[in-house]
Ligand binder design. Sequence first.
Ligand SMILES: [Zn+2]
Ligand SMILES: [Zn+2]
Length: 382
Amino acid sequence: MLDLSIDALPGRYDRQERITWWNQDRLRRASVLVVGAGALVNEVLKNLALLGVGQIHVIDCDTVERSNLARCVLFRDADNGLPKAEVAARATKALNGDVDVVASVGNVMHLGLGSLVPYDLVICGLDSREARLWVNQACRKLAKTWIDGAIEGLRGLVRVFPPFGACYECTLGEADRRILANRRSCSLLTPEEMEAGKVPTTATTASVVAGVEVQEAIKILCGREDLVALNNRALVITGETLETYIVSYTEDESCLAHDTYDSLGVCVYDDNETLADLVLRAEGGTERRHAVAELEDDIVRSAVCNECGYVDAKPRRVALLGAGDALCPECRLPLRFELGRAFTLAEAASLVLSEDVLPNQGVVTVRSDASRHHYVASRGTV
Ligand SMILES: [Zn+2]
Ligand SMILES: [Zn+2]
């Protein structure tokens, strides 16, 4: 007799599960952070949802514009002006109710590094070099793989950066490094500069590049890292001629981004506590007189105007500075900033841990003599 029960019908993922190395259960349990919510990420999210990747978190700070509609499968006319991450998450969830999709509206570079701990993998669809650098350093420290995609016109690039071998920073040329070093020391990139250089792209290029990004991701999430073709390599696709080739990156032994945490503890802290309170609690209360506490980001310790004598001694993360913050509020001349991220315990005793100084889930490193300990600082009730 013909079995007409629902269990007898092929399952939702039947066709992909016929691939011999496929592991749908691992995909269901997988957790992926997706950075950006533009043309590439629309395609990335669509693919992840169709394939049944269980937990997806998308972060982006932009809103939907009319010019996005020609490239973004998840956006509709009615979404104009709404946050891209939220619109994309809702539409992704509608594609497959099996998957959990969470949206964050914000800049990935403002996240505490510890926020990335829960994810198996990070997939990017960014057009900002600064954000790529941030993701690269964060993933390397946490020993996570990240996948980068880039599109321009009919050309595309996909590359996988595992926590070993050449990283994104290793791929940068001398000129790139000079620009970045310059920006890092003043780090006053305006939102306009970040937005600059909107490149021509099409839905087809986004679709091809995102397809390869997710295909590599699936191998990793299924536990088949041995199948990954693009570890420390880039697939370059030229849409006009359909010429494709692979570039292998060489590890730069002197690259400053190759710092991986050997261990990562957790420390809860209250509002209004100081960095010294946190260090002493994290280290079990033992007084370490020579300890130095280091934050993830450079902190503006003071901003001084040489012209009129204006002084702002309120500490702030450099990442939070806006375009106008570079100028003296009194005489509009450029301020001189004193930056630093390492504090002695005496200095740390007067540094209150507001959001301006340490993001929730930010990492604090305590160095003393020969030891180095890292803690995810979690804002809560002690
Ligand atoms: Zn590197
Ligand atoms: Zn001034």
